[in-house]
Design a protein around this ligand. Structure first.
Ligand code: SAH
Length: 395
């Protein structure tokens, strides 16, 4: 029972239906017949999760010319409007019609915390009483959005705050897209109002590394990335997107064939099955050899170097012997290791190693010629470790 819940069929097609989110009160019940095939009866489709072509087809089904689709998409993605009513170059009658037959995911900023180095953490309300976290990070090369794909998580990694309260629900494509749009709007508002809209800063990188397991909400995650990639919208290139996974092997293999060459990041955190079984229960289902095989397959299919995340935990996985095992595991692979000094989660009892231990671990990997970096510690001052802000807020 517990196992089935924990490991419930990751990456299965058709898991996330448009409009499955929300409770009865917010789901947008509509007594009229369906206007779009494939949409559950009585549910107004969320156009925020639609590609430009899909919006055009939807509008064509209402008898509208196709250029209206481009207009609607651009209102949503380039101007960041929250309602059809704000789409002022559409005839009033069409705006009213859209209100009746469609909807737009509209996340509410419940909390916003600025940290050092231009990092901003958001708690975003989903409209059904649930909320998720998202983080905006500033780098020298641009701004990155780290977003959640689920409310809670099934994976129960021992050192992670996200899984502590269990899984609640998947996000829809429109909700994932809106996390990025809300942060983009905020970013553009912060810049001088006198700047031309085209020259204002924008989100240029998207990372599915917030709460949840993106490959356990495969369809919605991939759909959101496709929408964010659309030229008529934010136009984030796939090479500037990262999907982070705890190692759901079927999902990794499926993503390799998806035709979207995003960076794959695998949360490894341990070099042996014994240790990984202990700190990441998912390893009992997909052990390390299967994960590294899938990673090699991904690298070969996409030509992209795979990142292995390794959160260093004091006296757990931070020994020189662990570093040597890790180097052995990855040698010869198109891979890169990202060492993360742990964000301590008090209740979980895992601590961060002293700096010299981190440096020693790094040196062993370097000596073995494994490409390795230490993650810049963004957000420690604003509870940016997974799930921490949400838990503090909800307490
Ligand atoms: N489910 C996905 C993405 C969400 S977690 C995954 O597992 O990759 C994003 C990253 O933060 C993962 O690498 C995760 O292992 C790591 N993480 C979780 N808790 C952490 C903590 N307390 N300190 C440092 N990294 C943590």
């Amino acid at each position: 029972m517990v196992r089935a819940f924990l490991f419930g069929e990751p990456g299965k097609p058709g898991e996330s239906l448009e409009g499955e989110s929300g409770n009865e009160a917010t789901r947008g019940r509509d007594p009229r017949p369906d206007v779009r095939p494939g949409v559950a009866p009585g549910v107004r489709p969320d156009l925020k999760g639609f590609l430009p072509q899909e919006i055009s087809e939807f509008l064509a089904s209402l008898g509208e010319p196709s250029y209206r689709g481009t207009q609607v998409f651009s209102w949503i993605h380039q101007k960041g409007v929250a309602s059809f009513d704000e789409m002022t170059n559409l005839p009033l009658a069409l705006r009213r019609k859209l209100d009746e037959v469609a909807r737009l995911a509209n996340l509410e900023v419940l909390a916003r915390k600025s940290g050092t180095q231009g990092t901003v953490k958001y708690l975003l309300g989903l409209g059904d009483g649930n909320s998720v976290e998202a983080v905006r990070m500033k780098y020298t090369y641009g701004t990155s959005a780290c977003v959640s794909t689920q409310v809670g998580c099934k994976m129960a990694c021992r050192f992670c705050a996200s899984g502590a309260a269990g899984f609640v629900r998947n996000l829809t494509p429109g909700e994932i897209v809106d996390e990025v749009l809300k942060m983009n709007l905020d970013l553009s508002r912060e810049s001088s109002a006198s700047r031309e809209p085209q020259t204002r800063p924008r989100i240029g990188w998207v990372v599915l590394m917030g709460t949840g397991e993106p490959l356990d909400n495969y369809d919605a995650s991939v759909k959101a990335l496709r929408v964010l990639n659309a030229e008529e919208g934010l136009n984030v290139s796939y090479r500037r997107m990262t999907v982070s996974t705890c190692g759901l092997v079927p999902g990794i293999r499926r993503l390799a064939e998806e035709g979207i060459p995003v960076t794959l990041s695998i949360s490894l955190h341990a070099p042996t099955d014994d240790l990984r079984d202990e700190i990441m229960p998912i390893n009992r289902r997909y052990p390390i050899p299967e994960v590294t095989d899938a990673a090699s397959f991904y690298a070969t299919r996409t030509g992209r170097r795979v990142t292995f995340e390794y959160a260093l935990m004091r006296d757990v996985n931070d020994d020189v012997s662990h570093a040597r095992r890790l180097a052995g595991l990855l040698s010869g692979m198109l891979a890169h290791v990202n060492l993360i000094p742990l964000n301590p989660v008090k209740e979980r009892g895992y601590a961060r190693p002293p700096r010299e231990r981190v440096m020693r671990f790094l040196a062993v990997l370097k000596e073995a010629r494994i490409p390795v970096t230490i993650r810049r510690e963004l957000g420690l001052d604003i509870d940016a470790a997974c799930g921490q802000l949400r838990r503090r807020y909800c307490r």
